[in-house]
Design a protein around this ligand. Structure first.
Ligand code: 6PG
Length: 249
């Protein structure tokens, strides 16, 4: 199946391309319904994109006051903890651009996980425009991909993957011995757009399995990200090194 993907020589070029796509999606959303509801990815890959978006040259062209910021997932730590996705986004983007504080909706990693997830589901339901089926709908969700094929905190073989109703849920991740909060597949797959950013040779083997291999009996979490029109993949050459038959690979 043809995938909507672009391969870039360097991480910097990946971030430039993803930034342009994000701004275009934002402009369309703002033109259509007056705001841009964006869920940020955590981890390390998106840092370069966030810093690029906050550089004066680009930041000056973006209508930040129309942005509404959410998170795809969060570690169950306080917001100032080194592992906090909120802290990473704050340091690399949110403290550097004029988004109204009331329009930044962080997951409360400092709370008891199930309570924090339930509260966040309420935040999403209260603030996101809903589609005709009354499902809250993000304009854009940014995702990274782990070497095991997880996205957000949707890790392989975890019950959250089967959550059909809640918009967000808590999940215990065995390999980290830690709880996380994550948006669920239902709300991810209802998004108008999903960009998946994949950088580095450490992702190459999994990426080739995901994009070129057969769909396994139990798809990886990233293979279950199936918004209308499919996700848009932004990949650098290091991550693409095992791909076959894709332009730029
Ligand atoms: C997180 C992220 C997670 C991340 C992948 C890739 O909280 O860690 O949401 O899903 O996107 O693990 O992480 P890197 O970008 O650091 O490789």
């Amino acid at each position: 199946m043809d995938k909507n993907l672009s391969i870039h020589a360097t991480p910097g070029e990946l971030f430039q391309s993803a930034a342009q796509r994000l701004v275009a999606i934002a402009r369309d959303a703002i033109a259509e319904h007056g705001g841009f509801h964006l869920a940020l990815a955590g981890g390390s890959t998106p840092k370069g994109l966030y810093r690029l978006l906050s550089e004066p040259g680009l930041a000056g062209q973006i209508p930040w006051e129309r942005f509404h910021i959410y998170f795809g997932d969060e570690r169950c730590v306080p917001p100032d903890h080194p592992d906090s996705n909120y802290r990473m986004a704050r340091e690399n983007l949110l403290d550097r651009v004029p988004i109204p504080a009331a329009q930044i909706h962080r997951m409360e990693g400092e709370r008891e996980p199930a309570e924090a997830a339930a509260r966040y589901a309420g935040v999403v339901a209260d603030h996101l425009p809903a589609d005709e089926g009354r499902q809250p709908r993000f304009d854009l969700i940014l995702l990274g991909m782990g070497p095991d094929g997880h996205v957000a905190s949707l890790f392989p073989d975890t019950p959250i993957l089967e959550e059909r109703n809640a918009l967000a849920a808590a999940v215990y991740v065995e390999k980290f011995g830690a709880w996380r909060i994550s948006l669920t597949l239902s709300v991810i797959n209802s998004a108008r757009h999903v960009l998946i950013l994949v950088s580095g040779e450490g992702k190459a083997q999994t990426l080739a399995r995901v994009l070129d291999g057969p769909i396994p009996p139990v798809p990886l979490p990233v293979q279950r990200v199936q918004p209308s029109g499919g996700p848009e993949w932004f990949i650098d050459r290091a991550a693409a090194q095992d791909l076959k038959g894709h332009p730029g690979a």
